[in-house]
Design a protein around this ligand. Structure first.
Ligand code: AMP
Ligand code: ZN
Ligand code: FE
Ligand code: FE
Length: 287
């Protein structure tokens, strides 16, 4: 099985890069990518663990960009020691830290009086992602589940307008990935909640600024959505990829490595990894 969208403790996942890769191997994943949010700090450890398991491994990153509430670009084959990437990640880590203070003040105003210490205590010292805050809200009784915390507090119009951190434009996100020798892929298109025509237009626009692929297979895509995304990949001569977006059972209990939700993923199409490898090799020759 192929799973090219996986999070670890380096961002908001539950398990370390080594643990996550070993779990993926045990679940039957033979080709994997670690794609933490705005960081490549898990890549070296994950890659070593993958080599030890005999797995094919792609270094990855997931960058949140402006436009739509959850417009995310995956980067595959990025060089973890790229200066451009490091500067980018450092800036967004600082913005995330600043967002923490704004998020606490906003939650306070909404009647959820949690502190940074609470967030740390519930998350092994981690505080940078919304899922960390969501878990804390659940632990302290302000939400019934992580999903509920997101709906009540962390994806509201007020959250996006007043709390959300500055994000790069899609062009910048794609440019950073490509400057770091990577291949840029549109993550989970269903999350954009666009009509087909609007998504088609967005993909056309992103292609002009360097998009090279679309995550057609994803845990939360219906078969009809997947078909449409495969159609877009063909129409715009883009790669198609697959990923579970595994974070661990505490954050996304229904999503499993390799298999997705109730085994709806289980992608084994070797063309996906072969084409991605070829695109990464071409990117590396260019950069
Ligand atoms: P951040 O990068 O800190 O803004 O948080 C993004 C993370 O929040 C991603 O892993 C998303 O999958 C997660 N997320 C966004 N919306 C939801 C939701 N409604 N339920 C659970 N997780 C979500
Ligand atoms: Zn996440
Ligand atoms: Fe995402
Ligand atoms: Fe993700």
């Amino acid at each position: 099985m192929i799973d090219l969208h996986i999070h670890t403790t380096c961002s908001d996942g539950q398990f370390s890069p080594e643990e996550t890769i070993r779990m993926a191997h045990q679940a039957g994943v033979t080709a994997a990518a670690v794609t933490d949010h705005d960081t490549v700090s898990g890549i070296v450890a994950a890659s070593a663990a993958a080599v030890a398991c005999g797995m094919t491994f792609f270094p990855g990153i997931e960058i949140s960009v402006q436009g739509g509430k959850e417009l995310h670009i995956l980067g595959y084959g990025v060089h973890p020691d790229s200066d451009v990437l490091h500067q980018f990640c450092a800036k967004h880590a600082a913005d995330r830290t600043e967002r923490c203070g704004k998020m606490l003040a906003y939650l306070q105003k909404k009647g959820a009086a949690i502190t940074l210490e609470d967030v740390r205590r519930c998350n092994q010292g981690k505080t940078s992602g919304r899922p960390h805050f969501a878990r804390t809200l659940v632990e302290l009784g302000y939400a019934s589940s992580v999903q509920d915390a997101f709906e009540k507090y962390l994806t509201t119009p007020e959250f996006y307008a007043r709390v959300e951190r500055p994000k790069p434009t899609p062009e910048e996100g794609i440019r950073v990935i490509r400057s770091a020798g990577g291949v840029a892929v549109l993550a989970h298109p269903h999350q954009l909640k666009l009509e087909n025509d609007a998504l088609d237009a967005l993909v056309a626009k992103l292609k002009v600024v360097g998009l090279q692929g679309i995550e057609a297979y994803y845990s939360r895509h219906t078969p009809e959505q997947t078909q449409f995304y495969l159609h877009l990949a063909e129409k715009y001569d883009l790669l198609y990829t697959c990923g579970s977006d595994f974070h661990g059972p505490v954050i996304k209990p229904e999503i499993h490595l390799g298999t997705g939700i109730d085994k709806n993923l289980c992608v084994t199409d070797a063309a996906i990894t072969a084409r991605l490898q070829a695109a990464i090799a071409a990117a590396s020759r260019r950069s």
